[in-house]
Design a protein around this ligand. Sequence first.
Ligand SMILES: NC(=O)c1ccc[n+]([C@@H]2O[C@H](COP(=O)([O-])OP(=O)(O)OC[C@H]3O[C@@H](n4cnc5c(N)ncnc54)[C@H](O)[C@@H]3O)[C@@H](O)[C@H]2O)c1
Ligand SMILES: [Fe+2]
Length: 385
Amino acid sequence: MSTYSLLSAGRTFAGAGSIEHIKEIAADLGATRALIISDQGVARAGLLGKPKALLEAAGVAVTVIDSTPPEPDVGQVEAILASASAQSYDLIVGIGGGSAMDVAKIVAVLLASDVALRDLLRGKATIAKRGVPTLMIPTTAGTGSEATPNSIVLVPEDELKVGIVSPKLIPDCVILDPQLSAGLPPAITASTGMDALTHAIECYMSKKGNPFSELLALKAIALIARSIRRAYTDGSDLDARHDMLLGAYYGGMCIATSSTTAVHALAYPLGGKYRIPHGVSNAILLPYVMRFNGVGNEAKFRDVAISMGIDVAGRSPQQATTAVVDALFALNRDLAIPADLKQWNITAADLETLVDGAAKVTRLLDNNPRAMSRADIAAIYQQLV
Ligand SMILES: NC(=O)c1ccc[n+]([C@@H]2O[C@H](COP(=O)([O-])OP(=O)(O)OC[C@H]3O[C@@H](n4cnc5c(N)ncnc54)[C@H](O)[C@@H]3O)[C@@H](O)[C@H]2O)c1
Ligand SMILES: [Fe+2]
């Protein structure tokens, strides 16, 4: 039997009002000078005032950089790193979705070492040591970046997103407070929530799946399946928001112990070249890739069906597999996720480029439970153009 490991954040607080624990975290980490990294949407939603005030009340000097763009590219991360370098910090706080948290995680490492971001992205260097201590506070329930050893950066010249993966990127502390995601607009609730569901389903099916990811993935799937429609319809439903944050966090932990697979691999060129938001591209691809993966993996699909609350009594494993795929299509329809790629003007003429981009993501494709050839990848994109 091969070995496996579970890597997780040092300390996690969860529940409505858990933002108050930021004072305890600052004290635990011995913080005196904190940098909050966030973005304009989060700042406009009024989510930075409270954590900043709580830190200041605990005697911590706070600087805020709220200029993280959505799905940042290498130049944009370098610009944030340059402004962060003006002072020294002993705590980096990422507040936002995957974009802000990924930047906070990589900036924390880069501030503490002289490795170049571009060398990390080109695989010419690795992260040798942990960076400035980090606290991640997700305000979307999607990427699970608060629990993963990954930072994703767009490399515009290659038209591809690149994942920097290192155990040194795992955050020190996390706060999962549903009050901070209550104002997340429905469309972002839908797409980021589908990203989280994709993490859980993919990590469960992945060749890197193991007893840790099985436990976490099935629970994540159940939490998200029961609450995503409620969170979408009524954002102020804190129980639904809590389920979504936990589901996304468990999904992130799954990534830390297992791996995503072909959905994420095929989504990479859609983000890199066409700038389709990460959650949207995953959501669109999910039912199609799962229909492909179903063949030969029916036992696992039956487990997923049960976690999704699908009644499998009297159904064959093949019928349970079909039921999961149908349920994923229905979820996308209910959440108003686009049904295909046409609105981005992607046509059959783009297939070759898309296949080239996806085929490069062997880090994830190799973990897909069913081998996927270039022709298989093309056939999946073909259904979406
Ligand atoms: N590190 C990982 O493990 C990992 C995994 C998957 C994806 N990613 C990366 O994460 C990024 C996507 O992150 P995301 O999907 O969370 O989206 P995001 O961080 O880009 O946020 C989407 C939008 O939502 C807004 N927003 C966030 N919280 C809000 C709130 N509470 N109220 C109102 N508006 C709010 C933001 O301002 C932004 O405009 C991509 O770059 C993707 O590649 C990282
Ligand atoms: Fe993802």
